[in-house]
Design a binder for this molecule. Structure first.
Ligand code: F6R
Length: 614
């Protein structure tokens, strides 16, 4: 959701900015723009639509090389996705150009005041207010960084701002509240961006800015203060992945690449979590064992795909720890006045670590006295920083908007957390925990086995490409997987899809079933699971109504064959871990179908990778 880049250094700054914007395309956007300083004025190019439109504009109206640039991809909130509303915005006096990620909540009042003072506006955005305020401050004689701090103190809401001043062609100033911003520290050059992917080609040294901080940079120096101007510290770190992780490496889509990276992603997430003695250790869990033993309720809060990972976690955590576990959509959580005490453990799951709904939910839970454990894939992002403990997933950068390896590693981390709590609370014997851990550690080759046998899903996608509606059924941990399978299809193939608990079907949704509605059914392991036979009956219920049934069942399950129009075999794993293998064909099917339908799989319409507005 909005990508921001600023560069100052010896390279052709515009090229750095445009390349950085391309690497952040996955965040989701509907217009793009750049600004540079040429002589005594600011040159601006901005266009609605894809970055290709901006590049065409730059080709038609080229700009001489400069050593400072800012660039922006915008995901429209206030004001439609038009050329005028695209960022950067220039102040009416021509002094500053500014880009913004977030929402300025008090922009209407500020705009009225500025208009009353005679300031003309060019756009309908909330952002332009910040550009105008900054332009007036510097025009009145304020230093650029002081002016930025003054403006930040006037704004309410979420904002990352980056600005340049026409009178200072070697200097950039940026500010951060709630939305992400990272500094890239190079040799004789510096960067600011929403995401390290934007500058990973040039440097891996990063500084994560804290909440309410301003950074002032030229090509040699980076100075950080708080909004009051007091010296402040960012958090320096080295990015551990390289450019190839942010590239497609021969795949047509990032999503497909990420689906195929899942065995490694799960293995990396599990790596180093066992001691030689077979006990589990979660190094980043800085909450005392005494506190974890006293926990009497767990609430998992997350959004979208991460919420479905949370639903799977509920089955595992309650089964292994016997602690009541609720799972809640983050955007609903704080508005229903949840019951939280000092003995409540809130577990939050977020790939990006920046999702505004999730962030607000954990802030609310902390205010009520809960301890927070974050499961997160993005080092140094806001959600883990505001949590008491973190279990990092090691999926590597996830660029496809539809989450795949992010999800599967969230599942792995949830299992680890459940087993760890069982170990601390003594609700499972050590050898039972070791047994599940061994099985968990053995899943990456099983996920690989699924990946090696996906060909039938390709054919199936061809056969079902004209269908307008799909159903997904599952029970127990198969139920969240059914919903996640449906979400993947909605997100990227734009077809109607719903996931249901298979037992719930007869209470209403079965009315939707007819010969034109293919139904995916996830079958629990045979024999070892009491729900197996009930799901087989559910398959027959939909088949009797003419549906094409696509059955995902484990190898050797002979009972299902007569009920399946298409049968996809899953490797044998215990029920609770089955999501690690059952989700993979559903992800692949969605990717295949969306590709066949000609859609942009990595950047589906209306969606953003990191949803930094509530
Ligand atoms: C779906 C998807 C979204 C995210 C959701 C939460 O494929 O990616 O539903 O799961 O927006 O995002 P994070 O995990 O970054 O908090």
């Amino acid at each position: 959701m909005c990508g921001i880049i600023g560069y100052v250094g010896p390279r052709v700054a515009l090229d750095v900015a445009v390349a950085g914007l391309k690497r952040m395309e996955y965040r989701g956007y509907d217009s793009a723009g750049v600004a540079v300083i040429v002589g005594d004025h600011i040159e601006l190019r901005k266009k609605a639509g894809k970055i290709a439109n901006l590049e065409a504009e730059l080709a038609a109206r080229p700009i001489a090389p400069t050593q400072i640039a800012i660039g922006h991809t915008r995901w429209a909130t206030h004001g439609g996705p038009t050329d005028e509303n695209a960022h950067p915005h220039i102040s009416a006096n021509g002094r500053v150009a500014l880009i913004h990620n977030g929402i300025i909540e008090n922009f209407a009042t500020l705009r009225q005041q500025l208009e009353a003072a005679g300031v003309p506006f060019q756009s309908k955005t909330d952002t332009e207010v910040a550009a105008q305020l900054l332009g007036r401050e510097v025009e009145a004689g304020a230093d650029l960084a002081d002016a930025m701090r003054t403006v930040c103190r006037l704004l309410d809401g979420a904002f990352t701002l980056v600005a340049l001043d026409v009178t200072q062609p070697g200097r950039l100033v940026a500010a951060r509240r709630n939305s992400p911003l990272v500094v890239g520290v190079g040799e004789g050059e510096n960067f600011v961006a929403s995401d390290v992917a934007a500058f990973i080609e040039f440097t891996r040294s990063a500084i994560e800015l804290g909440q309410d901080q301003v950074v002032d940079l030229d090509r040699d120096q980076v100075t950080i203060t708080d909004f009051a101007g007091r010296p402040a510290q960012g958090k320096p770190y080295e990015v551990t992945w390289d450019l190839s992780a942010a590239e497609k490496s021969g795949y047509d889509w990032f999503m497909r690449k990420e689906i195929f990276e899942q065995p490694r992603a799960v293995a990396d997430t599990l790596l180093g979590r066992f001691t030689d003695a077979g006990a589990l250790k979660l190094d980043e869990l800085h909450i005392s064992e005494g506190h974890l033993r006293a926990v009497d309720k767990i609430i998992i809060v997350a959004c979208g795909t991460a919420y479905y990972a949370g639903l799977v976690a509920k089955y595992a955590i309650e089964h292994w720890t016997r602690v009541a576990c609720e799972v809640e959509i983050a955007s609903e959580f704080r508005y229903r006045d949840p019951i939280i005490t000092g003995r409540t453990l809130v577990v939050t799951i977020s790939q990006s670590g920046e999702t505004a709904d999730t962030l607000m939910a954990i802030r609310h839970a902390r205010e009520q006295g809960a301890r927070i454990v974050a499961i997160c894939n993005t080092n140094g992002s806001t959600i883990p920083r505001e949590s008491d403990a973190v279990i990092y997933t090691h999926a590597g950068p996830e660029i496809g908007v539809a989450s795949t390896k992010g999800f599967i590693t969230q599942l792995a981390a949830c299992y680890l957390l459940g087993l760890y709590l069982a170990q601390i609370r003594g609700t499972m014997f050590g050898d039972e925990i070791a047994g599940v851990m061994r099985e968990l550690a053995a899943t990456p080759p099983l996920i690989q086995k699924v990946l090696d046998t996906l060909e039938p899903m390709r054919d199936l996608a061809k056969r079902l490409a004209g269908k307008e509606s799909f159903l997904f059924l599952g029970r127990h941990v198969g139920y969240p997987i059914a919903m996640e399978g449906a979400l993947k299809l909605k997100e990227i193939a734009y077809v109607h899809a719903e996931g249901f608990a298979a037992g719930e079907l007869k209470h209403g949704p079965i009315a939707l079933v007819d010969k034109d509605v293919p139904v995916f059914i996830i079958v629990p392991p045979m024999g070892r699971d009491r729900l197996h036979d009930k799901v087989v009956s559910n398959i027959e219920e939909v088949r009797a109504r003419g549906a094409h049934t696509i059955v995902l069942a484990e190898e050797g399950d002979l009972d299902v064959a007569p009920h399946a129009d298409t049968l996809f075999r899953l490797p044998r794993v215990s029920t609770i871990l089955q999501p690690l293998v059952s989700i993979v064909p559903l992800q692949f099917f969605a990717c295949e179908l969306a590709t066949l339908l000609g859609y942009d799989v990595d950047q589906p319409r209306n969606l953003a990778k990191s949803v930094t507005v509530e």
